[in-house]
Each structure stands twice: as structure tokens, then as C-alpha cells.
Design a protein around this ligand. Sequence first.
Ligand SMILES: [Zn+2]
Length: 506
Amino acid sequence: MKIIPKPENITMLEGNFTFSNSTQIVGLDEFLSNDLRKFVDLKNGEKNSCVFTVAQIDEDYRIEIGENIYVVANSNEGIFHAVQTIKLLILEYYKNEYSYIPCCIIDDNYKYEYRGFMLDVCRHFYSISTIKKIIDAISLFKMNKLHLHLSDDQGFRIQLNRFPLLTDIGSIRKGTRGDGKPVSGFYTQSDIVDLVKYAKERYIEIIPEIDLPGHTSALIASYPDLHCKGKEIEVEEYFGIKENVVCAGKESTYQFLEDVLGEIAKLFPSKCIHVGGDEAPKTQWMECDDCKETIKKNGLKTYMGLQSYFTNRIIKYLKSIGKTPIVWNEAYHDGELDKAATIQFWADGRKAQNVKRALKEGYKLIYSNNKYCYLDHPYSILPIKNSFKAINEMNSLMQFGNVFGIETPLWTEWINGEDKLLKMAFPRTLAIAELGWSIAPGDYNDFKDRIDNGLDALFVLDIASASEKQANPNIVSSFFGILKFYAKMIDKELPRTIRNFKNIKK
Ligand SMILES: [Zn+2]
């Protein structure tokens, strides 16, 4: 059976169940009942039934397919997961407008609580309808978090009533790397309300991110007082690491950010808010009297210490309004970070040592090592078969502490347009979905045998995915793909990024 993510156990039985338009669906609300019945076109056929019940069981859901289908799930969310499994079975065994599903018993449970997808809507803007397509797809494969990266150097993408300039100024840039074509766009508050509701119906929690204190050129362009010296800058049109970060010394910065996060918190019911913390050069702080004074007053040793102080103050505020903070792994430094933070691990190499230490110290971890999880990397750098290798590192990290789950980020510096976006995301996201969900995931060859049904399901959702072959390019096209990807990064702003990179760890 071609189910992605792979269920914990399937026991095959004799015979088939014919799923048709006459199959009576019992125990589902109208939304899920329609979703199940209309996934593919079905004709009227023999009378049988598919019955859903919530009961206390020690797995997420159990499906028994015989003369009728009986589903028992531990919760409404488990019922939703069972519906997704049945949709994939209906599609796999679909023939002449009926689906002849082999009789079997499926027992299933999930491995990680957090199974996420991240979309960067700052470098390029994506419409609500594109995000809904992504929600349709990730929920079909039993992921449960959508992390929206809403603020970066190249754009601020959400309307806040208290700070209209964040969108009047911060959501517009003059062009991209000198092309002279303006890029703009933001979500209104009613867009967000609509999106949150859509996601909730599909058991997806939307986690907003306001990246701080770095990657804040769009914030500073809108409200220059946030800058150490009140410098007037423009929304960035080049990518890389920028030296303009918000001042960590002025009290007014903290007040502003609390007001921003307070309004964000009201829009998103999620328990979590992501506050970034990656790639923050200390260049401006080193020349700022307010920042220096804050270091002195609080007995901090370094500018990295000032970043920890800054992040901990933001975390303290988030805790006071009942939210759990998530940060990128650079925000964890010398054991100074508030223990309430969940750390998202994206950078490998030396930093992986830090990650082990953080786990041992009791922090929760979301695994997103760019080597296996970054969907913006072309398939030549990250073929889908390599995404599967994340499992080894995840298993080894689990010895050290609490691996909360996995997330696959899609950064959009080099991705403009829905078609390209979806081709980068899929089918690789299916591999990450399997690693997040399956207690005993298959190896890549086992996954490969099931992928065609996954691609067909994406097609039903109007998503043109890359093919399995495109997702595993041969050596020659990989070589040129890698060259092309890195050559693209060379531009007049590269020396600035290198200079700023050196000032991150000060
Ligand atoms: Zn400052």
C-alpha cells in the first residue's frame, strides 16, 4: 500500500472493499465527509459503510477494512489523520470510478509532535491561495505546523493596526538585486483570520515569525528610531547578511517590539511565536552608546551576551502573554538563553556540538539541518534521497535530549512564482513528512516505491510537483546545478555579507 507517511503497521486480509459514492460515511462532520468522498470522482455502487469513532486507544488511529470500514481514533485530530490515509488508499486503488481497497488493518501513530513546513514570504511574496495549497498538501501528509517567516530585510508582510508604516513602507522594495522591478505585498488582518481558520480545519497550527534582532532592515526602514543611530535606510533589495539590526540598548526598542508581538499574538492562536535570532552582526551595537551602557549596566561580557540579554527580554514578554518562543540556533549562546525557548537547529558543522549541549541542558529542539531539510537548495545540492539521511542525525540527537520534531524551511531569495515554489517544495516535503511521522520510516527505496501515489495526490490538489527523477538529478546535471546556484550568489553586495558574517560572533 502506497501510503506516505508510512503507517506503523499494516496487516493484509482477504478480499476488497469497494469505495463508491454509495458508501455511507458515518461519524464525520460535513467538511471531512465531503473531503473524503470528493477526493476523486466516484460512481454509485454497492451499499457499505465507513464508520468513524473517537475512543481512548493507545495509538493515533486504527482502520479496519473488511465488509465495512471501521475507524477508531484517539482524538478528532486522529480521525483527520485516518481520513488522509483513506484518501490516499482511494486514489491508489481507483479504477473506472470505483476504488477497490484491499481488506487490511492499519495501526498508526506518530513519532514527533512537531512536523513542520516553513515558508519565507519576505524575499518573495506569496498569495493566500498559494499558502492554502501548501496547507492542503502538508496536511494530507500529516504535517501539523506551518511556520510563516513574516519579517526580514527584504520586506515586512503583515498588517499591524498600531504600526501602519510597517506595511506602507516596509512591505515595498524598489527591486531585487538592481532589476528595478518593485516587489510588494502583505497580508491584511482579515487575510490572516481566514488563513488561520483554513489551517485549523486541517489541523495545521500557523506559527508566525518576526526575526529579531537581525534581518530587520524592513522594520528599521519603516521606523528609523529602531536603529542605534536613527539611521534612515531603505528596504533591502539585495540578499545576504545586513549590518542594520535593531538597537538592543534603547528601552523604546523593547516597547515597540512588545507592541508588535502583542498584536501578532492576538492574530495567531498558536502557542508558539518564532523570534528568529539568526545572523545578527554586532557592527552597529559596537558603536552605540545605549548598547554599550546596557552591557555595562547588566554586567554582560560580550556583544553576543547583549544578544542573549535582548532575546531573553523578548522571551520574558512572550511568556507573560502565555506564548512559547522558538529561536534559530545562533540565539543559543554560552548557556545564557532562557530555558523556555525551543531551539530550531538549522546550521551544521561546529554548531552541531552546541546543539547537543543545548539538548543536554534541557532545551527542546526542532530539527531543520539545512543539509537535509532546506527546500531552497536546488535538487542538485539536496536530492530527495539525501533528505532521508536526516534520520541518522535525528536518531543520534535523541540520545541527548528532547527532539521535538522536524521542519523543512523554504527560503525564497531565488524562488519567484508559485510554479517554481511548489516544484522546490514537492516531493521533498513528503520525505520530511515521513521522517516526522513514521515510527518506522522506510529507507529511500521503500519510499520510492510509494512516491507515485503521493505525486498523484499532489496532482489532485492542483500541485505540479517535480518528478522523482528531477528530484534526484544525475551527476552531470548536479555539477552544473551546483555551479549555477553558487554563481548566482556572487554580486556587488557579497563583500558586505562576508564582512557582516565576521561580526556575528562578537
Ligand atoms: Zn544600540
